[in-house]
Design a protein around this ligand. Sequence first.
Ligand code: FDA
Length: 312
Amino acid sequence: MLRNSLLYLSNQPRIFRFVRNNRMARGFANRFVAGETLDTAVSAVRKLNDAGMTVSLDLLGESVHNEAEARAAGKEYLAILDRIHAEKLDANVSVKLTAMGLDVSEELCVDVMQRILQRASEYRTFVRLDMESSAYTQKTLDLFEQRLFPAYRESVGVVLQSYLYRTSADVEHMNQIRARVRICKGAYKEPEGVAYPDKKDVDASYVRCMKLLMTKGNYPGIATHDERIIALAKEFARENRILPDKYEFQMLYGVRRDLQDQLIREGYRLRIYVPFGTQWYPYLMRRLAERPANIAFLTGNVVREMIGRRRH
Ligand code: FDA
């Protein structure tokens, strides 16, 4: 119920305008978002690299509404790739196709993405296509497989979400074509017809998909903060003699930093997904929806600030 309400609010631009002007909300966002500019993001990447973690940089932004916006977003990604290369950062990028014009026209989106992938392949780096709501799953996978993957096999990969019924089959298919997959649980509000309503089924599906990817996939990204699943992954790797350089764990910026440090100490590969930019509101609402305790953290800070203000 609460999760659904937060996911509903994540799509309300009027509320975003209100929240963006709220100092507490911005403060809270700083925990999950590495600032609003490329400079702030780069300094976050540097710190993570120094701590032994690699990064995937995400310029926050959801669906754009016209060609000019899509091309502008594409150019920003080229600038990010240039900066990663110039500063020798250990980072790749994550991109949402709707931010690159998918809702405007498929041809536009392909054109913008090809420019990004061309630059990424020149720099021998990698572009991950984030997965959005189930309304985009088939479109994203088709565009990936038919229009982008054939020319840029080494430079592009997809995300699959274990909450969808279809995902085991998608994992098998991606393994067959040797595409690189990030497996996550899924962060959107989905109808029961397409997604498991019960968390325990989402988790069981995650473990099935993860095992398929670890045994037959191409350098999978295991994206979760679920300690039980991470322990299972380590155990599965040991039992099946899968070396730690054959896969990587992935986590979100600011989430379970204790676990992040632990994985690095134990010698595992870990990539941190680092979002930045002015459009942080829908991303922040999805993070709140995942963990109600975050709301307590947020409201606790608001109350503390109100009390502080009264005192001063
Ligand atoms: P789960 O939700 O079961 O949480 C397990 C534990 O992790 C919690 O008990 C808590 O301790 C901690 N935790 C999880 N979320 C937290 C939060 N927001 N704040 C504080 N603690 C939290 N989704 C998607 O639909 N498309 C995508 O492309 C991506 N991409 C992506 C990349 C990476 C690197 C990650 C880690 C995740 C994504 N996701 C995503 C989000 C993903 O689908 C999922 O919503 C979150 O990762 C939360 O699920 P967990 O697997 O962490 O498990």
